[in-house]
Design a protein around this ligand. Sequence first.
Ligand code: PLP
Length: 325
Amino acid sequence: LLQCSTSEIFFTSGGTEADNCALRGAIATFSIQHVISSSIEHSAVLQTLQYLAGEEKIQLHFVDLDKQGQIDLQHLASLLQKYPNALVSLMHANNEIGNLNPIEEIGEICRTYKAFFHSDTVQTIGHFTHDLSKLPLDYLVASAHKFHGPKGIGFLYVNRKAKINPLITGGAQERNMRGGTENVYGIVGLAKAMEIAYAHMSDHRQQIEQLKKHLIEQLQKNIEGISFNGTSADLDKSLYTVLNVCLPASEENDMLLFNLDLQGISSSGGSACSSGAAVGSHVLAALQHPKEKGAVRFSFSKFNTLSEIDYTVEQLITLYKGIAT
Ligand code: PLP
C-alpha cells in the first residue's frame, strides 16, 4: 500500500486530521461546491462538512440510506448527475454499526460522473486489503491505533491525479505536504503494526469472526427479542471486529454500559469517541433506532477469547432475564 506508485502519502496525527486534510484540501484546491456524504459518517467527516456548509463554503447533500444504513447507490448516481464534479465522502466501514460500504462500486460511480472520492477507511486499514492500483478512489485515511499501533499517528493517501494543496504549511517535511517535524516514533510504530496486521490478517480474521459468530448465536439463543443494528450480524456485509446489539426495552438499558463496566466488560453505546458526552449516537438516530431499546457496541480483537464472550453473555442474561420484547 505504502509503495503504491500513483500516490502521495503523508503522516498525520490520526484519522481526524487525515480526514480534515483530505476534505478541506480537496474543497479548496479544486473549488468544490457540492459535497455528497451520509448522515452516519464518523464525526471527523460529518462535523467537518457541516462546519464548512455552515460557513457557506459548500453545499452538503446526503445520500439516502435504507433502514439498516445501507447506501442507495441509485440515489448517489442521481445526486452526481445533478451535481457533477462534486466531492463524495463515504466511509468504508461504519465504526458504530460495522456496515461495510461497497467502495469499489461507489468509486466506479464517482469516476463515471468525474467526482472526487474520499473514503474514511480508518476501520478497515489493517483488517482488509485495499488494492490501490485498482480501487477508484482519491483519498484514503488510516489511524494506527485501530490495528494495535500507537495512538496519535495516522496517514492520508492521496491519488496523484487528485493532489491537494497542503493544509499545514510552514515546513518542507513530508515533501511539502505537511509542515512540522515528523512523529518518528509514531511512524515507526505504525509501520510495524501494519506489517504485523497484514502478515497475519487472514488468521486473525478467522479467529475474530469465530468470536463474533459465537456472540451472535449465544445472544439469539439466550435473550428473547434480541436483534442487531445495521448489517452488523451479517458477516459478509460488516466489519468482523464490530457487533452492535439491539436489546429489549428495559429499565436496565440506562445503566447497561455502567453495569457491564463494573463486571469488567468494556463496550460502548455507540461511538467510543463520544462516550462520556451527553449526546446519543447520531448513527442510531439516523437509523431511527427505537429509544426504548438498548444499544451496545462490542468490538473484538485478536486478544479476545471465547471464554470472554461466554462471560459477557452470562452477564447480559443476568441483566435481561425474563424481559420480553
Ligand atoms: N474515522 C473513523 C471511522 C473512526 O473510527 C475514527 C476513530 O475512532 C476516526 C475517524 C478518527 O480517528 P483518530 O481518533 O485517529 O483521529
